[in-house]
Design a protein around this ligand. Structure first.
Ligand code: IVH
Length: 753
């Protein structure tokens, strides 16, 4: 969950069963289902019980009592349905041969136009050049990848985290829409698509459910039915499948998206009959309007329309960002809204110290989901001021107000509007705290920022715990058995305070293993498993370490970019240390410019920043400037991120914590470079005009081949690709004796790679 995120389940833990209303009972059942499902997983799957038996039983009894009082509120995933043996083990894992990605979103015509413009710019097409797309409904189910080898279905996997999914092969085999064997198919063929349930089947299924335990919506029903440990249960559920994409294929399916879909249909896969070619963005919008108008008659849930570039050669040129293709986008239907009452405002402190206000709401159903929390963004938002300082909503938000909640797809619900005509008498403006509610440290607003941040750093328990959770989570050190609950518990016991403690825990306690094993809810096996996972986590690739540090603005993609450039922690740390004086000068210049309120326009500010910085720059050693330029020259690394990285490594206490962590890790194995291409590991600079590809395409291609693309020429540059009009960069390359190629030379070099 992103920082300051909110869950949708509210907390009625202290309300007696007899005092629950229908609404609060719904929320409480959801909360209990969450807790008990997690407890089951912790006990059975992870061998690491999260609750004592007594607590577990008490929660189960409470769940049963609420279900007895409100028989029609029983949930599909009701913990009381899981009596008897809970699953002894979950699903096996399957690593996808090619990642299963998600889609970027567009919410209006302007964003669709931007999508088209971005693609044309990337491909260097004229605004009016023909460019065909395919539009198809975005099915609201769950995605599934089916792998066929020599015509036989060998496995089926859910999306999971996109890299590793759950093995649901036995269940997928029970779905009539999914062929078990194919004739005339490529030797290797991964077909991807959506498992869903039709409206009619969904209604009939709910009708027939015992005890009124209905599914909330077809999507939940489909997901719950596919993710059954007993395939016989899946077989009894009316699941359907639409194919709309593919993963690994041993030979191309066609030249176009539409052709590939036709080929999948010919192989026996159901494909969506609403799939249509559209020539340009206007045709896409017309198609969207048409499908939106017939949405209710389709017979199954859709939550938007997906647009894809039709020509597969262009798709290949466009490629992918870290998690989404450049050649496709989901045009989502408008968000759902509902009105309810604002009961309170809580302040959560996140990993980077940000104070995030969270609205506590009277539970309300928004688009099929019960919402009792919503984000309020920041202090200004509550006060009724937008990011630009201009008034929004015409009013501040006050506890007791009637507010409009808005939810788009999976995004965190937001408070969007307030009804002043029903504001109760005597309400007061909300006073946003200027100290941290967790540790009492000052929580100032940095100049130009809308967010207050706790200045306590690692002193603040909330920041400490959030950082520890982030460090051991998926994408970072990924330590099995050390989830959020365990981190909180070990932190509260005083066992985990700073990152390195994760690795010293075992030794610090004489026998840490025994100490953990003796904890209530733990045992020898689970403690041994935990420490095995901790030991394994000492060996980490650099991007995971960088990401795991939880530095502000440093996401997984930027961590990869930095790791690709610097290759090892010592190199990275030395470079950041070297750049520090320049970072300080840059910050001073930024602050000076911000203070000069006169330069209001962003354009002016940038020019003024350059001016002021030049003055500050004079006192910065040449080596520091070079290190800063190199850092900010890395594609994807802007000055904001560079400053945050420098800050994190220069603050003495933070640095000591980072160094202590690094001392516990084994030296990172060198980054796997793309199949030893001729440019793998090299730093390349593109300059001048490129004629056969756009700059963006050239960069993306070079990076895909394992090269680092930099914006400036330095002694570390390996190769300069200079097109016509190349100026000072090409000259500098010659001066430094760096290999320089023209565009054709570059293309020849990477041909076949
Ligand atoms: S294409 C690389 N097409 O939407 C792009 N996705 O938000 C692969 N989805 O995970 C996805 N209908 O589960 C595609 N016609 C459609 C879709 C569709 C539904 C789902 C899919 C995906 C999610 C992304």
């Amino acid at each position: 969950m992103p920082e300051g995120g909110t869950e949708t389940a509210g907390n009625n833990a202290d309300v007696a069963v007899a005092d629950l209303t229908r609404d609060t009972a719904t929320v409480e059942l959801a909360r209990l289902a969450d807790i008990l499902t997690e407890a089951n997983a912790a006990y059975h799957r992870d061998d690491a019980p999260a609750l004592t038996d007594a607590d577990y039983d008490a929660l189960k009894r409470r769940n049963a009592a609420i279900e007895a009082r409100f028989p029609d509120l029983g949930r599909e995933d009701s913990p009381s349905e899981q009596v008897g043996a809970a699953p002894a083990e979950g699903f096996g894992k399957i690593r996808h041969a090619l990642p299963m990605l998600s889609l970027g979103n567009a919410f209006d015509a302007a964003e669709v136009a931007d999508f088209d413009t971005r693609i044309r710019r990337y491909l260097d097409l004229e605004p009016d050049a023909p460019l065909a797309y395919v539009a198809e409904p975005k099915i609201d189910g769950l995605s599934l990848s089916l792998r066929y080898e020599h015509g036989a279905l060998v496995h089926a996997a859910t999306r999971g985290d996109g890299t590793v999914g759950e093995d649901v092969t036995a269940n997928a085999r029970t779905i009539a829409d999914i062929p078990q064997t194919l004739t005339d198919a490529p030797d290797i063929l991964e077909v991807r698509g959506e498992v869903y349930m039709s409206h009619a089947d969904f209604a009939a299924l709910n009708e027939a459910r015992p005890g009124g335990r209905v599914f909330a919506n077809p999507r939940n029903a489909a997901a719950g039915s596919l993710r059954q440990l007993d395939p016989a249960v899946t077989a009894a559920r009316p699941l359907r499948f639409f194919a709309y994409a593919w993963g690994q294929v041993s030979e191309p399916l066609a030249d176009t998206q539409l052709g590939a879909i036709d080929r999948l249909a010919a192989l026996g896969f159901p494909t969506n009959p609403e799939t249509a070619r559209c020539d340009g963005p206007d045709a896409l919008l017309a198609r969207y309007a048409d499908i939106a108008a017939r949405r209710a008659e389709l017979g199954y849930d859709i939550d938007g329309v997906v647009y894809k570039v039709d020509d597969l050669a262009l798709q290949a040129r466009l490629g992918f960002r870290s998690t989404t293709p450049r050649w496709a986008i989901a045009h989502k239907f408008p968000a759902e809204t509902a009105w309810t009452r604002l009961l309170g405002i809580d302040i959560q402190v996140g990993r980077t110290g940000a104070l995030s206000p969270v609205a506590r709401l009277e539970p309300v159903t928004v688009g099929g989901v019960v919402v009792s929390n919503a984000t309020l963004h920041n202090e200004d938002y509550i006060a009724g001021r937008g990011a630009d300082g201009q008034p929004i909503r015409g009013s501040d938000l006050r506890i007791g107000d009637r507010v409009e909640i808005y939810r788009a797809g999976d995004v965190i619900p937001k408070v969007r509007d307030v009804d002043l005509t029903v504001r109760p008498a005597g309400t007061q403006p909300f006073v946003f705290p200027d100290t941290c509610p967790e540790c009492g440290s000052p929580a100032p607003r940095e100049p130009g920022e809308s967010v207050r941040r706790c200045a306590g750093g690692l002193i603040c328990p909330a920041q400490r715990v959030a950082r520890l959770k982030h460090l051991v989570a998926r994408g970072a050190l990924d330590i099995d058995g050390l989830g959020d609950k365990e981190v909180e518990r070990f932190h509260d016991l005083g066992w985990l305070r700073e990152p390195a403690d994760v690795f010293t825990l075992e030794a610090r306690h004489g026998s840490g293993l025994q100490t953990v094993a003796n904890l209530e809810g733990w045992g020898e096996t689970s403690a041994a498993n935990l420490f095995r996972a901790v030991a394994a986590a000492r060996r980490q690739a650099l991007p995971r370490v960088l990401f795991g540090l939880g530095i502000r603005h440093l996401g997984a993609a930027a961590a990869r970019d930095l790791a690709r450039h610097y290759l090892s922690w010592p190199e990275f740390a030395a470079a950041v240390d070297a750049a520090a004086p320049a970072a300080r000068a840059h910050r001073a210049a930024e602050e000076a410019v911000l203070a000069e309120r006169a330069a209001a326009q962003a354009e002016d500010r940038r020019a003024r920043l350059a001016e002021v910085r030049t003055a500050q720059w004079a006192c910065v050693p040449e080596a520091a400037r070079a290190a800063w330029d190199e850092l900010t020259g890395i594609d994807g690394i802007g000055s904001t991120l560079a400053l945050a990285v420098c800050d994190a490594l220069q603050a003495p206490q933070e640095r000591a914590a980072i160094d202590a962590l690094l001392a516990e890790l084994d030296p990172a194995p060198p980054e796997a470079t793309a199949d030893a291409s001729p440019v793998a590991g090299k730093t390349v600079v593109f300059t001048g005009t490129l004629e056969k590809m756009t700059r963006a395409e050239a960069k993306a291609r070079a990076e895909a081949l394992g090269a680092k693309v930099s914006g400036s020429v330095s002694a570390r540059t390996d190769l300069v690709v200079a097109g016509p009009g190349a100026g000072s960069k090409a000259a500098k390359a010659t001066e430094l004796g760096i290999q320089t190629l023209d565009e054709d030379g570059w293309l020849a070099l990477i041909a076949g790679a």
